[in-house]
Design a protein around this ligand. Structure first.
Ligand SMILES: [Zn+2]
Ligand SMILES: [Zn+2]
Length: 314
């Protein structure tokens, strides 16, 4: 009996309705048992799904090493600050600006290097002074060709024994009796019957002459006109000046001193006899004229003067 009752109860329990209800309950239980763990797992990743898609994808694809995690964190921080648009843009130029400025400086240096900064390598070219032009030194860069000039030297003569070896100017440091003789020996108009050197300056009908012997110890200055003549002689080793003068038929002679003679000075002839009248004035004037012409026409161009010859007051 009991077995029949149990079997009946089982039959009642396993009716079609109950099986359907139980199968649906079991299905729900299975569904819940699967869905709850999934929902829990999904619940852990929900916050990541709120992050920007790019970062989340980056986060998902390369989450392995710590360094990369740090990178992603920095990127995430930049992304979080993305609302402040200026920061990411300004941070990059701040890092790049110094580089660009350095590059600009370097480029400027290169440009300037092409223009100017030559480490000059100069070579000297000494232009010697000549008798009429000054000397100087030209420094020229072998690299860029730039040059400058300095070390100017005044014009100068290169003297031999008595004369400049280039222009024959008498050496003023030498005794002028010898140096003028050397010049006249080289530039003489002619040599007279005594072997003396003669310099001649013609002026109209008159002639001025300077004559010296080949020793340079004796000089004679002459004026030769139509009715008038003057002859003045002086010596290297003597102070006296012997002068002869002719005006028409009247002769005159006067011993003078190189150290005291002054021209013009008619007072030199105050001792002349009064009957000679104006003769002493003509004598004095011709002395003045002759010394003046010889000085200006012969001595001055040669850098000489009568003072050098011992005429202290001329
Ligand atoms: Zn240079
Ligand atoms: Zn010279």
């Amino acid at each position: 009996m009991k077995q029949e009752e149990k079997s009946n109860q089982l039959k009642q329990f396993f009716t079609k309705k109950n099986i359907a209800i139980m199968s649906s309950v079991a299905a729900v239980c299975l569904a819940v048992g699967i869905a709850v763990p999934i929902s829990v797992l999904l619940g852990q990743t929900i916050p990541a799904s709120n992050q920007p898609s790019e970062i989340s994808s980056y986060f998902e694809t390369e989450p392995s090493s710590e360094e990369e995690l740090e990178k992603t964190e920095s990127i995430q921080s930049l992304a979080d600050n993305s609302s402040q648009e200026e920061l990411p843009e300004s941070s990059e130029p701040i890092q790049e600006q110094p580089q660009t400025t350095v590059e600009q400086k370097a480029s400027m240096e290169e440009n300037t290097a092409n223009i100017q900064p030559c480490t000059h390598l100069y070579t000297k070219n000494v232009i010697p002074a000549t008798c009429s032009s000054q000397g100087y030194t030209v420094h020229t860069c072998q690299k860029c060709g730039s040059s400058y000039t300095d070390s100017y030297v005044a014009p100068r003569h290169d003297y031999g024994k008595y004369l400049c070896i280039y222009c024959d100017k008498p050496d003023p440091a030498m005794n002028p009796y010898y140096s003028l003789m050397a010049w006249m020996k080289k530039h003489q108009s002619y040599t007279n019957e005594n072997g003396e050197y003669v310099w001649v300056y013609n002026n109209g009908n008159a002639a001025y002459k300077v004559t010296c012997n080949n020793m340079g110890s004796y000089y004679m200055i002459e004026y030769e006109g139509e009715e008038e003549s003057l002859n003045v002689r002086f010596y290297n080793d003597a102070d006296f000046v012997d002068s002869y003068y002719h005006l028409g038929a009247i002769p005159g002679r006067m011993l003078l001193s190189k150290e005291t003679i002054t021209i013009p000075s008619s007072s030199l002839f105050n001792s002349y006899p009064p009957e000679y009248g104006d003769f002493k004035y003509s004598f004095s004037n011709r002395l003045d004229d002759t010394f003046h012409v010889v000085q200006t026409q012969l001595l001055s161009p040669l850098g000489l003067n009568f003072h050098m010859f011992g005429f202290k007051l001329l």
